[in-house]
Design a protein around this ligand. Structure first.
Ligand code: ATP
Ligand code: MG
Length: 293
């Protein structure tokens, strides 16, 4: 979470919450293993559900910190949305429970960890690897948009890698379930599309923009509108100041796809189903979504 000024709110009826609640879990249902990482509001542990032996990731959040940062509403929305999504490239949220001081989220375990670290290690990805990831994310976003869910915060930090090497979209903290066009500021600056930087109305095509930024970062190792000052990043996004450096060498087909996604007029961005038919995706992506190094 970075630039934050959530001004609108919408909630679904409480009946929709109950799906994640069908089973009343407690901490006693789990054996807790090694820590997997820490986030802003708590820690994530490997855990095993005692009865089924099912391995999960248990995210432990401190209520006091959630209150202090006024993100309880956002968390509730994240849980409601994520628990209803079923897609191989979206991290499952199996359920949640809480005690006096903490909230626990029962998450699918992503055995290969963070994509961000993988990208740092490699500096940038091959075209085959980038295309495989982008096509799997496009399919996951088509699924989300079909359910009127906009993610709004697609970036390497929010992507985890499953045991098979498949990407999993995690962190639905900024997502919305909506039929309306919205006007809020959220997400991290580098990935924000012009209409969100300028706080005008936006819709699911914000995710196409972010996927374009991600594709660029996969191939070049840095996001396209990076600048030393925030204000310069803003300016570059609004102008769509898109430049392709000479190194690393990237095919013109990949650049063509990126240019069709990073379009200022959101209605003119390449729709995700068309992205799947783009020659760069067709020629490079492994449809299993699994990158085989
Ligand atoms: P922030 O807002 O700072 O990103 P957060 O509260 O969203 O923090 P996460 O990013 O979800 O916290 O989790 C912290 C770290 O724990 C992740 O970066 C990742 O390394 C690890 N982690 C989280 N969830 C899982 C999971 N399901 N499987 C494996 N590792 C995980
Ligand atoms: Mg996170």
């Amino acid at each position: 979470m970075a630039v934050a000024a959530e001004t609108q709110s919408e909630e679904k009826g409480s009946s929709e919450v109950s799906a994640a609640e069908k089973r009343r879990w407690t901490l006693n249902d789990f054996d807790i293993g090694k820590p997997l990482g820490r986030g802003k509001f708590g820690h994530v542990y490997l855990a095993r559900e005692k009865k089924s032996n099912h391995i999960v990731a248990l995210k432990v959040l401190f209520k006091s910190q959630l209150k202090q940062s006024q993100v309880e509403h956002q968390l509730r929305r994240e849980v409601e949305i994520q628990s209803h999504l079923r897609h191989p490239n979206i991290l499952r949220l199996y359920g949640y429970f809480y005690d006096q001081t903490r909230v626990y989220l029962i998450l699918e375990y992503a055995a290969k960890g963070e994509l961000y670290k993988e990208l740092q290690k490699c500096k940038y990805f091959s075209e085959k690897r980038a295309a495989t990831y982008i096509s799997s994310l496009a399919r996951a976003l088509i699924y989300c948009h079909g359910k009127h869910v906009i993610h709004r915060d697609i970036k390497p930090e929010n992507l985890l890698i499953g045991a098979q090497g498949e990407l999993k979209i995690a962190d639905f903290g900024w997502s919305v379930h909506t039929f309306n066009r919205r006007r809020t500021m959220c997400g991290t600056l580098d990935y924000l599309p012009p209409e969100m930087v300028e706080s005008v109305e936006h819709d699911s095509s914000v995710d196409i923009w972010s996927l374009g930024v991600l594709c660029y970062e996969f191939l070049y190792g840095v996001p396209p509108f990076e600048a030393r000052e925030h204000s310069d990043t803003y300016r570059r996004i609004i102008k769509v100041d898109l430049r392709f450096p000479p190194k690393p060498i990237v095919s013109s087909s990949a650049k063509d796809l990126i240019s069709q996604m990073l379009v200022k007029d959101s209605s003119q961005r390449l729709p995700l189903h068309k992205l799947l038919e783009h020659p760069w995706i067709v020629q490079n992506a492994d449809l299993s979504g699994i990158f085989r190094g």
